[in-house]
Design a protein around this ligand. Sequence first.
Ligand SMILES: [Zn+2]
Length: 383
Amino acid sequence: MSWSLQVARAFGIPIRVHLTFLLIVAWGAFTWGSQHGARGALFGVVSMLLLFVSVALHELGHSVVAQRRGLAVREILLLPIGGIAALDGKPSRPRDELWIALAGPAVNFVIAVGLGAAIFGLNAAGHFDLAAARAMTPGGSTLVALLLLGNLTLGLFNLLPIFPMDGGRVLRALLAGRFGMERGTRWAAGFGQVAAVGLGAFAVLSGALVLSVIAVMIFFAAGRERMEAKALGAMKGLRAADLAQVPGLLLEPGDSIGHAVAKALRTSDGVLPVVLGETLLGVVTRAELALAMQRGRAHEPVAAIASKAWVEVELGTPVETVIESMDGARAVMAVVHDDGVPVGVITRDHLHSAVLLSSLAGPPKTVAPGAPSGVAPRDRTEW
Ligand SMILES: [Zn+2]
C-alpha cells in the first residue's frame, strides 16, 4: 500500500505505518502539550507511540496464530484508527478463525496483566506515584497506568461481538461450527450491521469522532461479508464448468500483436487465449495488448507477451474452490477436461460479476463477461 512506510519486521511480516498515523501522534502532542507545555507534548508523543506498539502486538497475535494455522500474513498496517493484519486467504475451519480472532485481544490482556503487576510491585516498593497517575500528570506513573487502561480497552473493545471485529469473528466461528459457514456469516454480519448502527449513534451522541468513523467502516465491511456469504450460498452446487467463459476468439502464437488487437476488437473478452491446436500456450489481456501497441511492438508475435501464469481447474471443480484458487496477480483460470484440453477461461472480473449476480438474483444461468464488480470475492482478510 502506498502512503505507508515499513518500520519493522517480525516473524517475517513487514509492519508498516500509514503516513496519516502522524496525525494521531500530533494529536497526542497537542492535547497533552496544551495543558502541560513541552513536557506534556513529549509525554503525548511517547504515550501515543507506545499505545500503537500495543496495537501492533495485538495484530502480531492474530498473525502468529494465523501462520501456525497455515495462513500467510502479507503485512501489518498501522492506521490512526487502529491496525490491520492482512492475511492471505481465509481460515477454512471455524476453529482456526476462533483462535486467530482470540489471539489479538489475548495479547492486550497479557500486557495489561503485566503492567498491573508492575504497578503493584512499584507501588509496594514506593516507586509508583498514585497521586500523579490519578491527576494524569505527565510522568512515568501516568504512562504505565495509561498503557494499562489502553490495553484493557483495546482487548475489551475488540471483543464486542460486532462482525468483522474480533468478537464478531468469534461469534461467526461459533455459529459457523453449528450452522455452517454461510449461515454463520450471514447472521454474524447481519447482527454486526445492526450493532454498528447502535455504536455509530452512541459515537455521534458522545462526540467521539474516531469511533463514529470506525462504526461506519464496520457497517460496510459487515455488509460486504453478508453479501459475499449470500452469493456463495446462491452459487452452491455450481462447478467450474458452469462459470467457464468459452472464448469468442482464439489467438495463434504466430499472430502479430497488431493482428491480435484487430481480432480483439471483435470480442468483449477480457482475456484472449493463445492456442496451438488443442494446447493452451498462454493468455493475453486486452490491457497487455494495448501496452504492447503503445510501445511500438505491433509487429512482434503475440506469443512474446503471452503469460503462462494461469491456474488450471477441472470442469467439476466446485465454485468455492474456484474462488479460493483465484489468487495472485494474474488471476486467470483455465478450465480443462480431465485430459487437460482447455474448455474455457475464468477471469477475476468474470468471477466478480458472477458473485454479484448471484448475491442479487440466485445462481446465474449465463454470466455476462467483464461486468463491473460490486461484490468482490476477496482473496484476503483483514483483522
Ligand atoms: Zn484484532
